[in-house]
Design a protein around this ligand. Structure first.
Ligand code: ATP
Ligand code: MG
Length: 657
């Protein structure tokens, strides 16, 4: 065994092939078809991606599809295009002109349970984007300038992103839940000249004071010349004269026409910061042509997107999933994409299910953290709604525990909808491991097989592939169109972070194993691997055993130093609503883990800790590095700028005393 090998203890035999009816109507219908296309995409990426790219509009063709000088890739070299043109004009000038591009549902509901809804057609989305692009131009924003977008999930956020892309300004979206401090850090890191925000945003019935946070941040950011403010909540805000402008006032004199700037394929498109699960967030840079092709192609095939679908990716536009799948990928395909402004449990825990029935959503894509919350709240909230329109489900963000997958499959999908578990990263720009819904038999807990053009492998420290079912390092061996082009302003960190761990390969930071069918099972972060009784275990497998217990909603497992054993497991466990913690349950959980994966992975009773919630990033990922510090009895020293709720840390510390 190499020292980087990870022992796999999770056994999963359930298998769910797509129904014949689903396969028949799907874009890709058979494993043979997938394999043929995949082989071409790997052996002749220039031919494969050159053909795909021709489905989109280019002002000037490329001279070369790919130029690879490790670790720097260029795709569609010499070509000119524009992402906003491809998302909008292409459809607005076609029979899709009056098709709904965006359905927006606001969070607040009145006494009659009526919410505010907006339906925006492709033609109207083009006009409103152009109008705002003209506003940006009138303020002197030009190609290459960095523009921060710190907004609630309202259509103006989409106009803002598309307007930046239209004039060639580089957007950097910051999730609307972040603090002034995080906004300041990001503005300073990328040297932005403008911020687009709102007076406030609605979240679970209360108002988040976005403008106030911007004021505090911008006070320390001399590069900011303009702040544009959408009026959403209407509470009074400070407007700094000369710097701050109301969106609705500026747009009054702006025309509805704005030519899309021909952008070089390798011109920067956006900078987006990673979630910060493993440390300080990294400012990931994506460019135009390759990202466009990657988001277009994955959205089409992974979600089997059709003309009449009503597609809902619940990710906030502040995350890469919101960029690629709520917005760009959907619009590139001429789809109807739903955006919802608020929280899943406002005014009640069934809001999402009510929205699905209200709009007849056919494709629903969310995250394991959300699924575990639904499980915790209880299925009675789901069962009030029919969900009959759904035909496909998706998940992304963390490994999904098999029992959570089964719940999603049964309670939401009614055993009828294929589930696409998509593994990817801010850095990869688009889905990398994923089932194709009409093709791939799924198994709970695996993101299955690579997407087209993705040469991915599980290797040891020496870069050699490990045998089936042995865990190792997840790496990518060839460049792909939507890959990151760097960490903004820091080429050295880019090389060190991704290209130095294993020579010649991109290192993802994740651990994984491949089963006998070639499916990839992501086992968690390499940094989080725990060492017990001479075995290195991935956190996902032990956590999944705990989540497999009928009373458990969510679990996080970390290691603490132990005098006798070197390291011991500590399990933080959240129970389903209505369950009571106690010593008897600790014994039950230990017995359950022993039965599911063996006594090696059984935490001591004193190391099982019940908690109402776990520390998570604002994108909803468990921050095990903080739990590790707590479990070791130390102070939390790591970067906490992306932590969702500080009170959880304090609570976990007091629980210990
Ligand atoms: P940071 O890089 O700052 O630590 P992060 O890695 O959480 O933050 P993201 O780019 O948002 O930031 O997340 C990508 C990571 O999320 C992947 O590397 C992987 O660990 C996890 N992930 C995403 N989707 C899946 C999935 N379907 N299955 C397993 N893990 C997933
Ligand atoms: Mg990461």
């Amino acid at each position: 065994m190499s020292q980087s090998d990870i022992t796999s203890v999770l056994v999963e035999h359930r298998r769910f092939p797509p129904s014949a009816a689903f396969s028949k109507q799907a874009h890709i219908k058979s494993m043979a078809q997938y394999k043929k296309m995949y082989a071409e995409s790997i052996k002749k990426p220039e031919v494969f991606f050159g053909r795909v790219a021709k489905e989109l509009h280019w002002f000037k063709p490329w001279k070369k599809v790919l130029e690879w000088k490790e670790p720097f890739a260029k795709w569609f070299v010499g070509a000119k295009t524009n992402l906003s043109y491809n998302c909008l004009d292409r459809h607005a000038n076609s029979a899709r002109r009056n098709k709904i591009a965006l359905i927006w549902e606001g969070e607040p509901v009145d006494e009659a349970h009526i919410s505010h809804t907006r339906n925006i057609s492709y033609d109207s989305l083009l006009r409103q984007t152009c109008q705002f692009a003209n506003v940006l131009k009138s303020l002197g924003v030009k190609k290459g300038d960095r523009v921060m977008i710190y907004m609630p999930m309202i259509p103006e956020a989409a106009f803002a992103m598309l307007a930046c892309a239209r004039i060639g300004a580089v957007h950097s979206v910051i999730f609307g839940g972040f603090s002034a401090e995080a906004v300041k850090d990001r503005i300073q890191d990328c040297g932005a000249s403008a911020v687009i925000t709102a007076d406030g945003g609605y979240r679970r019935g209360s108002v988040i004071e976005l403008k106030k946070n911007v004021d505090a941040a911008v006070a320390q950011c001399p590069t900011i010349k303009n702040v544009i403010v959408v009026k959403r909540t209407g509470q009074p805000v400070h407007m700094e004269s000369g710097r701050d402008h109301w969106w609705h006032e500026l747009q009054q004199n702006a025309s509805y026409e704005c030519k899309a700037e021909p952008m070089d394929s390798e011109d920067p498109l956006f900078i987006l910061y990673t979630s910060g699960s493993t440390g300080k967030p990294k400012g990931i840079l994506h460019t135009t042509g390759g990202y466009m092709v990657g988001s277009y192609l994955t959205t089409k095939y992974v979600f089997d997107l059709k003309e009449d679908d009503t597609y809902w990716c619940t990710a906030d536009i502040g995350w890469v999933t919101g960029h690629t799948y709520t917005l760009y990928g959907a619009l590139l395909n001429g789809a109807t994409s739903l955006i919802y402004e608020g929280a899943p449990n406002h005014p009640g825990p069934d809001r999402l299910w009510q929205i699905i029935d209200k709009f007849g959503v056919t494709i629903f894509y969310t995250a394991p953290t959300a699924i575990r919350a639904f499980i915790k709240w209880g299925e009675q909230h789901v069962l009030k709604h029919s969900l009959k329109s759904l035909r496909l489900l998706g998940t992304v963000g963390e490994p999904i525990n098999p029992e959570a997958w089964m719940w999603y499959h049964t309670v939401i999908g009614k055993k009828r909808c294929p589930i696409v578990d998509t593994w990817w990263q801010t850095e990869t720009g688009a889905a990398m491991l994923t089932p194709l819904p009409g093709v791939t038999p799924t198994k709970p807990g695996t993101a299955t097989l690579p997407f087209f053009g993705v040469d991915i492998a599980v290797v040891n420290k020496e870069g050699k592939e490990v045998p089936p079912n042995v865990g190792g390092l997840l790496v990518i061996r060839k460049p792909w169109p939507s890959m990151l082009r760097g960490i903004y302003g820091d080429p050295e960190r880019y090389k060190k972070q991704y290209w130095s761990e294993i020579k010649g390969f991109y290192f993802t930071g994740d651990g994984a194993r491949r089963d006998k069918d070639g499916y990839f099972w992501v086992m968690g972060r390499i940094d989080d691997v725990v060492n017990v009784a001479g075995h290195r275990l991935g956190t996902m497998e032990v956590e999944s055993a705990l989540v497999g217990h009928i009373k458990v909603a969510e679990a996080a497992v970390v290691a603490r130093p132990d005098d006798l054993r070197g390291q011991a497991l500590v399990a933080f466990v959240t129970l389903k609503t209505g369950q009571t913690p106690g010593d008897a349950l600790k014994d039950e959980l230990r017995a359950h883990v022993g039965k599911e994966i063996g006594s090696l992975a059984k935490p001591d009773a004193a190391d099982i800790r019940f908690t109402d919630s776990l520390p998570k990033t604002r994108s909803g990922k468990i921050m095990r590095r903080l739990l590790r510090e707590i479990a070791s009895g130390g102070e939390v020293k790591g970067d906490t700028t992306t932590l969702e709720d500080f009170s959880i840390l304090a609570k976990l510390r007091t629980d210990e005393d």
